[in-house]
Ligand binder design. Structure first.
Ligand SMILES: Cc1cc2nc3c(=O)[nH]c(=O)nc-3n(C[C@H](O)[C@H](O)[C@H](O)COP(=O)(O)OP(=O)(O)OC[C@H]3O[C@@H](n4cnc5c(N)ncnc54)[C@H](O)[C@@H]3O)c2cc1C
Length: 384
């Protein structure tokens, strides 16, 4: 087993780290405060190629393999320490572009991918509804065929990039009684007749990533915008969520690394009882636990990404990674917060934002409970 990185992977991580540090990090706190995406960083990210990492070169992308994307996203998170920015980028690149790359027709790829890669268009993914979160098959957004168009009615909520997106991969049902077999994926442009943005939602954390509602009122979607086959949207959605776990979350692993580095520095500099608090075993053990977790996050996410690079589904492994990271990284953030004492509660230290951002690690892309259900389902298939 070879754990070394190629020259390309090492270079991409270093460049992504530098980009995060120099371009994203300086305005992270301000964007969190304003609850806005950093458009300047967005533009520069597109010039770097981030928005096109998953896209074939034919459509302007970098066509990187999943392991290289994982390592690059980790570098970006490490340098930027900005969950908001990497979440908006991830929603655009992973859960909007990947379904188009995987299930799109040639005409769809030619129409949408170049503009998404260049950053001119912002992408998003609309699955969750006010009444259907974990229970995806319970969605009620309806698609009805009328002539050579589909008419969408219903709404979506919690949609990353909802308030700013130009193109969304949207799941809707053609017949609710068919359950997941009725779900169909569509590519919906914000300029389509009947598309409306609902509320922009105020969040506890990840505030530099705009989140909102999408409303479809007799929204007219041309037939050629069905993504994949009619009735096969659930499969598109589930595959997309595995990709999310494999390639979006590594950015948050990079953020965990930045948090650990800062906690070590703080512990070495903060003096109490005549010595740095880093001298106290309680503090050392918190730092040691954080390091142990970081190494495990990396190992498991690299393996998931490697499996995706080999064309394996990695359904179980991606859920194990998401579950472990989601739950344990929250505790890491709280430990780092505790090391900062009262200063950690003040906005002048980035740990205050980290704690708010981290709380959602057990929610987005499937809750911890749902990850456990997926793992159990896969396990039950494995042993007679
Ligand atoms: C910041 C953020 C960004 C997001 N971005 C997007 C996006 O871009 N696109 C999108 O479509 N969605 C997005 N989501 C939505 C996200 O995927 C959902 O929040 C998530 O799937 C859970 O759905 P829910 O919030 O409706 O919770 P619910 O499904 O109502 O769950 C509530 C609680 O019940 C538990 N529960 C539910 N069912 C079961 C079960 N069968 N067994 C055990 N426990 C269960 C859940 O685990 C949870 O603890 C985002 C969410 C957040 C917070």
């Amino acid at each position: 087993m070879d754990f070394s990185w190629s020259e390309e992977q090492t270079s991409m991580r270093e460049q992504a780290y530098k980009f995060g540090k120099e371009v994203v990090a300086p305005r992270s706190a301000e964007m969190d405060e304003k609850e806005e995406l950093d458009w300047e960083a967005w533009k520069q990210a597109a010039e770097f190629g981030f928005q096109g990492m998953v896209v074939p070169q034919k459509y302007g992308g970098l066509d990187l393999d999943p392991l290289t994307i994982c390592i690059t996203m980790e570098g970006l998170g490490h340098g930027s320490r900005d969950v908001g920015f990497v979440t908006s980028l991830g929603a655009h690149m992973v859960i909007c572009e990947i379904p188009i790359v995987e299930a799109g027709t040639e005409a769809q790829k030619e129409k949408y991918l170049p503009k998404l890669v260049s950053g001119e268009w912002v992408g998003g993914y609309g699955q969750t509804e006010p009444g259907a979160g974990s229970d995806v098959a319970g969605m009620t957004a309806k698609a009805e065929k009328k002539g050579d168009c589909w008419i969408l009615n219903g709404s979506k909520t919690f949609i990353t990039n909802g308030p700013i997106g130009d193109v969304f991969v949207v799941l809707a049902t053609i017949d609710k009684s068919l359950g997941h077999k009725g779900i169909t994926a569509f590519i919906v442009e914000s300029s389509f007749e009947g598309f409306k943005r609902g509320r922009k939602l105020e969040k506890m954390g990840m505030r530099a990533s705009p989140t909102g509602e999408l409303i479809f009122e007799d929204c007219v979607v041309p037939e050629e915008n069905v993504l994949g086959e009619v009735g096969k949207g659930f499969k598109v959605g589930m595959s997309t969520l595995v990709w999310e776990r494999a390639t979006m979350l590594p950015a948050l692993v990079g953020i965990s690394e930045a948090r650990l580095e800062e906690a070590v520095r703080y512990a070495k500099n903060r003096v109490q009882f005549g010595q740095p608090i880093a001298a106290f075993q309680e503090i050392q053990h918190k730092l040691a636990n954080m390091k142990m977790h970081l190494e495990l996050y990396k190992t498991i996410f690299y393996r998931v990404a490697w499996m995706k690079s080999q064309g394996m589904p990695a359904t179980l492994e991606a859920s194990v990674a998401k579950l472990f990271f989601g739950e344990v990284s929250r505790q890491d953030a709280l430990d780092a917060f505790q090391i900062h004492g009262g200063y950690g509660y003040m906005k002048e230290y980035p740990i205050e934002r980290d704690v708010r951002d981290c709380i959602a690690n057990t929610l987005g892309g499937g809750t911890s409970e749902i990850q456990r259900s997926i793992i159990a389902r896969e396990l039950l298939k494995m042993y007679d």
